[in-house]
Design a protein around this ligand. Structure first.
Ligand code: GLN
Length: 305
């Protein structure tokens, strides 16, 4: 039997002993206040016990991990076809906030997990939801089975103040007629979705449907099998921006990162796994999180390959 706890403990010790833990994101001033020496992991197995280590219970800013939830909600409301006319599903090979490709490709973002793609999904949700921010937050709470999950208003305001790149992306999308609502309203929604705070357990629980054919921890269906297949494929090919190839190569799981230092990955039918370590590498992904997940799949020999 695999000694999951022993493996997590070893990864934790190695992470704690590593001197260069990467740099916390500072382009969103509120996020620059976090110390890089936090580290936590939470493994939710579909069958059997959960395993965890370190600061798995401290909430952090999920940032781009929220793009998986917004995509899931949009898919579940509209189906996949209606969305893919406005955003593609190809890896970008570029950073998450890259703009020139968007101009070249006439306002059709490469995929829903880069910022411009997530802004199109945010536009769709602003059109479709009655109370967009509240309804989206409720969807995330229901996935995780945890009603305590909240936005961090300070982080949302901080990003709104300095989010010049996202305003540029949204204006470019608008100029190509790929946004229906006002840029301000869409970005207010987008900055709020990114500001949601969750801990490693809540994220592993909320990602459960992607490993469990669409049904959450309590067995309630949120997505159908085809939607789950497609979301997992997008995570595998696009979840880490210009490091997606590296993540597939080293870790071998679909997953998603955020500049808050979180990474969630999953093995369909087996587990979801979250790691939080706020220091980032130069691609904007958690430096120690990438190493931790590589170590986990190498030691357990559990990956999609
Ligand atoms: N809110 C962040 C942004 O738009 C999300 C980026 C990320 O986590 N990669 O820049």
């Amino acid at each position: 039997m695999t000694n999951f706890q022993g493996i997590l403990d070893t990864i934790y010790e190695t992470a704690k002993a590593t001197k260069n833990k990467g740099e916390v994101a500072n382009y969103i001033p509120e996020l620059a206040k976090i110390k890089e020496d936090h580290f936590g992991m939470y493994l939710n197995k579909l069958q059997g016990e959960d395993y965890f280590v370190g600061e798995w219970d401290i909430p952090f800013s999920i940032q781009s991990i929220s793009k998986v939830f917004s995509l899931a909600l949009a898919f579940s409301m509209l189906g996949t076809k209606n969305i893919l006319t406005r955003v593609d599903v190809e890896p970008s090979g570029n950073p998450f906030n890259h703009l020139s490709l968007l101009e070249q490709e006439e306002g059709i973002p490469r995929n829903p997990l880069v910022n411009s793609g997530a802004i199109v999904i945010a536009d769709i949700l602003v059109s479709e939801l009655k109370n967009p921010k509240e309804d989206f937050l409720q969807f995330v709470r229901d996935l995780a089975h945890d009603q305590s999950i909240q936005f961090n208003e300070k982080v949302a305001a901080s990003e709104a103040k300095t989010g010049y790149n996202n305003f540029a992306a949204a204006n470019l999308l608008k100029s190509f007629n790929n946004l229906n609502n006002d840029v301000e309203a869409i970005l207010d929604f987008y900055f709020h979705q990114c500001s949601i705070e969750m801990n490693c357990k809540q994220l592993s629980d909320a990602f459960f449907p992607f490993a469990n054919q669409g049904s959450c921890l309590k067995g309630n269906p949120h997505l159908n099998k085809n939607q789950v297949k497609r979301i997992n494929a997008i995570m595998l090919t696009c979840g880490f921006y210009d490091e997606a190839g590296e993540f597939a190569f080293e870790v071998g799981l679909p997953g998603k990162s955020g500049v808050g230092g979180g990474i969630v990955a999953l093995l369909p039918g087996e587990f979801t796994l979250t790691c939080w370590s706020p220091g980032l590498n130069d691609k904007g992904n958690s430096k120690l999180g990438m190493l931790a997940l590589e170590s986990f799949t190498t030691q357990t020999q559990l990956s999609i390959f």
